[in-house]
Ligand binder design. Structure first.
Ligand code: ATP
Length: 279
C-alpha cells in the first residue's frame, strides 16, 4: 500500500523555481516533469523523472511497491517539495505554488484521505468542494452569500449528476455505501473543474462489483468531461483496459512507457514488476 504522504506536508523552504529553464512546449502537453527528483534522507523516491501527459490522455503509472508512484503524484499536487527538477502544467511551472493554487490551475486528485465531510449531506459536500476550489481554503461564511448560492447549487447539481449521485443528494455522506463514497470522492475532485484528474489507487479495497462500477464511472466521466487522467493502479486488468499509455516506474526511475500492448510484452517491465513473470 501507499505510504501516506498526504498527511506529510513536506513543503521545505528551498525555492528552486527561479532556477528553472524553459524549453519549447507543445500546446498538447498538459503536464510535464523535468528531472523531477525527490529524496527522503538517503532514499531517492523519484529519480530524474521526465514524463509528459497530453491533453485528453488516460495515462497509468505502474510499478512495484515503493517504485515512487505516490511520491510522483504527491509532487504534482504539491504535497511534497521536489529535491530537484521542475513540474510544468499548461506550460508554466507549478513548483513554488501551494497545493490549493495547483487545484485552481486545474489539477485535482481524487481519493485523497478524508476529502469527504461525513456528517454533511452529499449535496453539501459537493457545494463545499466547489467553493473550496474557487476560494482556496473553505470558509463557511461563503455559504451565506446569497448571490453566489445559485451558482454553487447548480455546480453541485452538475457534479452530482456527473457521478450518478443526484438521487442521493440529501443523504448523509457517512451513510453512503462504500462504492458511492468513492463516487462522491470523484465528485469532490470534479467540483474543482479540473483539466487533469489524478487518481491514486481508485479501486483499492473495493469488491469486484464496486471495482467494475468505478471503472465504468471513470470511463463515463472521461467521455462526458473530456478530462485528462493520470491513474496509479495495481490491478493490471484495469490498467491494460483503460489506459492510452502506461508509464512504468521502478526504484524511482521511468523504465518504460508506451501503449498497453508494448508494455505487456516488455521484458524489463516483467522483470521489474513481477520478477520475470508474464504480465
Ligand atoms: N514521507 C516519506 N518519508 C520517507 N520515505 C518515504 C516517504 N514517502 C515515500 N517514501 C519512500 O519512498 C519510496 C517510494 O514510495 P512511494 O509510496 O512513492 O511508492 P509507490 O510506488 O507509491 O508504492 P506502493 O505501490 O507500495 O504504494 C519508498 O521506498 C517509500 O518507503
Amino acid at each position: 500500500m501507499s505510504t501516506d504522504t498526504d498527511s506529510n506536508t513536506d513543503i521545505e523552504s528551498t525555492d528552486v523555481s527561479n532556477t528553472r529553464t524553459s524549453t519549447a512546449a507543445s500546446d498538447d502537453v498538459l503536464l510535464e516533469t523535468r528531472g523531477l527528483t525527490k529524496e527522503f534522507g538517503g532514499l531517492v523516491a523519484t529519480d530524474d523523472v521526465n514524463i509528459r501527459v497530453e491533453r485528453g490522455e488516460q495515462v497509468s503509472l505502474i510499478g512495484p511497491n515503493g517504485a515512487g508512484k505516490s511520491t510522483l503524484i504527491n509532487l504534482i499536487t504539491r504535497r511534497l517539495e521536489p529535491t530537484d527538477g521542475d513540474i510544468q502544467f499548461k506550460n508554466s511551472s507549478i513548483v513554488g505554488l501551494d497545493p490549493h493554487e495547483v487545484v485552481q490551475r486545474g489539477v485535482s486528485k481524487s481519493f485523497q484521505t478524508a476529502s469527504i465531510f461525513p456528517d454533511l449531506s452529499v449535496r453539501e459536500n459537493a457545494e463545499i468542494a466547489g467553493l473550496a476550489a474557487e476560494n482556496g481554503a473553505f470558509d463557511f461564511k461563503l455559504l451565506t452569500h446569497r448571490d453566489s448560492l445559485t451558482d454553487v447549487h447548480q455546480r453541485a447539481r452538475d457534479t452530482l449528476e456527473a457521478v450518478g449521485l443526484l438521487d442521493s443528494a440529501d443523504e448523509t455522506a457517512a451513510d453512503l455505501p462504500y462504492g458511492d463514497k468513492r463516487r462522491l470522492e470523484i465528485g469532490i475532485a470534479l467540483a474543482a473543474e479540473p483539466d487533469l484528474l489524478l487518481m491514486d489507487e481508485p479501486t483499492a479495497g473495493m469488491s469486484p462489483e464496486e471495482t467494475n462500477a468505478t471503472v465504468e464511472l471513470i470511463e463515463e466521466v472521461k467521455q462526458a468531461l473530456d478530462l485528462t487522467f493520470v491513474l496509479v493502479e495495481h490491478d493490471m486488468e484495469i490498467v491494460f483496459n483503460i489506459s492510452d499509455r502506461i508509464i512504468v516506474l521502478n526504484r524511482g526511475r521511468v523504465i518504460a512507457e508506451g501503449a498497453p500492448e508494448d508494455i505487456r510484452g516488455n521484458p524489463d517491465v516483467q522483470e521489474a514488476y513481477l520478477g520475470g513473470a508474464d504480465l
